[in-house]
Design a protein around this ligand. Structure first.
Ligand SMILES: NC(=O)c1ccc[n+]([C@@H]2O[C@H](COP(=O)([O-])OP(=O)(O)OC[C@H]3O[C@@H](n4cnc5c(N)ncnc54)[C@H](O)[C@@H]3O)[C@@H](O)[C@H]2O)c1
Length: 239
């Protein structure tokens, strides 16, 4: 029960990594406020409650956190998992509308989340925020200009927030997965094979392996860890 008594918001919880994170944290006793734009998520743990929400909408964040305050009176964690890949285009041929959508969800969404969560976390005596970046934040690949841009921005805004809110006992870290077995990577066998070939552990990750790393960062076990870019990539960047 490494999360007993803690209240944590997890975005992108309908499926994939966000779903695994919600179950993992609840399995350790956290009360999980799971959110997603897709309806009908189901969870094994009764400690997870599901809320329909678009992370790119600030007013929906404000309503969510106000309700969390009313119902639970505290907030200890925020895990910004929700994300989209967008179109494949590179610098010359990306689609502008798609670019703006990817930035709104992957980059502005987590910033909105931090903006509204931090006051309640501060009033709760501190907390831990985990923002989802990617190995693609620090390397170049072909295409995915908007995705690369958004994931690089996450690393920067995470360090900025860590510096601002260390004095509030609020820790802020970003997590940088390699390829993970989810809907996001399904159906692109060539992409997966290329990533596996570059990964020393010789495979892609399961969502539960990323959830384990989130559990460490969001729990008190990482109490002196803040402003860090935490790779969970099977050695991809080491190579
Ligand atoms: N799968 C990978 O290989 C991989 C690698 C590195 C980083 N990541 C990152 O991990 C995170 C989770 O990815 P995943 O693989 O589980 O993807 P996924 O597509 O399986 O899940 C993403 C979830 O985010 C939700 N979502 C999308 N837009 C939203 C919005 N506007 N508001 C609320 N929810 C929204 C989706 O409905 C979905 O449930 C993303 O930020 C992704 O960039 C994934």
């Amino acid at each position: 029960m490494r999360m007993e008594g803690k209240v944590v918001i997890v975005t992108g919880a309908y499926r994939g990594i966000g779903h695994a994170v919600s179950e993992r944290l609840a399995g350790e006793g956290a009360r999980v406020i799971a959110v997603d734009v897709m309806e009908g998520a189901t969870f094994d743990s009764p400690l997870v409650e599901f809320n329909l929400m678009n992370v790119a909408d600030l007013s929906q964040w404000e309503s969510l956190v106000a309700r969390v305050n009313r119902d639970y009176g505290r907030l200890d964690g925020l895990v910004n998992v929700a994300g989209v890949m967008g179109h494949h285009g590179g610098p010359e041929d990306f689609d502008i509308e798609d670019y703006e959508k990817v930035i709104a969800i992957n980059q502005t969404g987590p910033l909105y989340g931090m903006r509204v969560a931090i006051p309640l976390m501060r009033a709760s005596g501190g907390g831990s925020i985990v923002n989802f970046s990617s190995v693609m934040s620090t390397i170049g690949t072909w295409g995915w200009a908007a995705y690369h841009a958004s994931k690089g921005a996450i690393a920067g805004m995470t360090m900025n927030a860590a510096v601002h809110h260390g004095p509030d006992s609020i820790r802020v870290n970003s997590i940088h997965p390699g390829l993970v077995n989810t809907f996001m990577t399904s159906g692109d066998d060539d992409f997966v094979a290329a990533a596996v070939a570059e990964t020393p552990l010789g495979r892609i990750a399961e969502p539960s392996e990323i959830a384990n790393a989130v559990l460490f960062l969001v729990s008190d076990e990482s109490s002196f860890v803040t402003g860090v870019q935490f790779p969970v990539d099977g050695g991809f960047r080491a190579r």
